[in-house]
Design a protein around this ligand. Sequence first.
Ligand code: KDG
Ligand code: MG
Length: 405
Amino acid sequence: MKRDIIESAEVIVCSPGRNFVTVKITTKAGYIGYGDATLNGRELAVAAYLEHYLCPLLEGRSVFQTEDIWNYFYKGAYWRKGPVTMTAIGAIDMALWDLKGKILETPVYNLLGGKSRSKMLTYTHANGKNLEDTLKRVEELKKASFEAIRVQCGIPGIEKAYGIGEKGIYEPAIKGNKPFEESWSTPKYLNFIPSVFEEVRKEFGEDLHLLHDSHHRLTPTEAARLAKDLEPYHLFWLEDVTPAEHQESFAQIKQKSVTPLAVGEVFNTIHDAHHLISNQSIDYIRMTVSHGGGITPMLKIAHFAEPYHIKTGCHGPSDISPIALAACLHVDTAINNFGIQEYMGYSETTEEAFPHEYYFENGHLHLTEAPGLGVDFNETFARKFEYEKAYLPINRLEDGTMFNW
Ligand code: KDG
Ligand code: MG
C-alpha cells in the first residue's frame, strides 16, 4: 500500500478554550496529518468551504504533491484570494506537510531548507489598563524570560481601547450573537502613547525589545507622527500603523521616520504585499502560515523578501491553533531572514487539546526532532467543547462613526 495516498479529509469544529477549526487528513496507510483552519470570528465560513469544496477532492492524491495541490485549489477555483479561501487552502497545505514529515520521519523544517537556527526569538503581549498595570505586566514578562514585549496600554479618556484585557489575559473574540463595540480617539491615542514608551524605557532600560501595534487606525500622516515620536525609544517594530489595503501609504511613512514598520497579519497572498516588499516600504512581513495559504506560499514570500532586507515576524495570536503556530516555527527555523515570532500563549484547555513538541524557554520558542509539525490533536477531549459563535469587536469614533478595529 502506498504510504502517501490520501484516503479522507475531515473538518472538526470545536471550542477547547476558544473556537478552533481543525483539518484532519488520513492516508490509506493510516498516517494522520493536521492543519489549522481557524479564522477568528468567521470559523464556519472556512469550515463550509473546506467541507463542501476542498476536502472531497483530496481522495487519491499524494501528500507529497504540495505544490500541485496548492495550485489546484488556488488557480483551480477561478475565484482567488480572500481570507476564507486562503485559510482553507492553508489548512490543507499544513496537514500535507505534516504528513510528508511523518512519512519521511523528519521534522518539517528539514524539508524546507533545514535548520538555520536552533531557537526563535519570541515576543508576547503586555496589555495594561493603565500605565501602572502595563509596567507591572512588562516586569512579569521580563521575569518569565521574555526579551521582546509588545506594549499596549489603556488610553486616558477612551473607555475600551484595543488590546486591553482583564487581568492581563486578552481574547479579542467575544461569544454572543453581536459584536462588542469599542471606541476610539486618534488624538487621545497619539498624545498619550509616546509617554508610555518613555516610562517603559526609563524603568527597564535599552536591552528589552519593545513592539507596539496601532491596529490599522492611523492615516499615513498620523502614522508618521507616531513613528517619529517613538524614535527615541528604539522600537523593534511599530505594527499595522495604517489600514494595509493601500500599500503606497507605507512608503510615505518610511520616508519620514526610522522606526521599523511591520504589517501583514490580515494579508492572505503575496499580492497584498509585493509592492511593500519590492519598494522596501516595510521592515517585517507579518503574514501567518494559516491565513496566508499555508507553508507552501509562506516559504516563497519569505524567500522573496530576503533580498530586500525584509525579515519575517509571523502573526502568532491565540486565535490560530498550536498547529498553525508550529507551522510558523518550522518556516522560522528553515529561512535565513527570520525576524521574530509572536506568541500569545494558550489556555490550559487548548494546551490539552493540542499536545505539542515545541516549547518556550529563555525568551525563545524551540522545536524538537519530532517528525512532521510535532503537534497532536486530542480529538475526543476537544470535541467535548462545542463551538459557540463569537465575533471580533467593532470600533466606533466617539461621535459614533464606524471606524477600523
Ligand atoms: O483575530 C485578531 C487578532 O489575532 C489580532 O487582533 C491580534 O493584532 C493582533 C496581533 O498583533 O496579534
Ligand atoms: Mg497585530
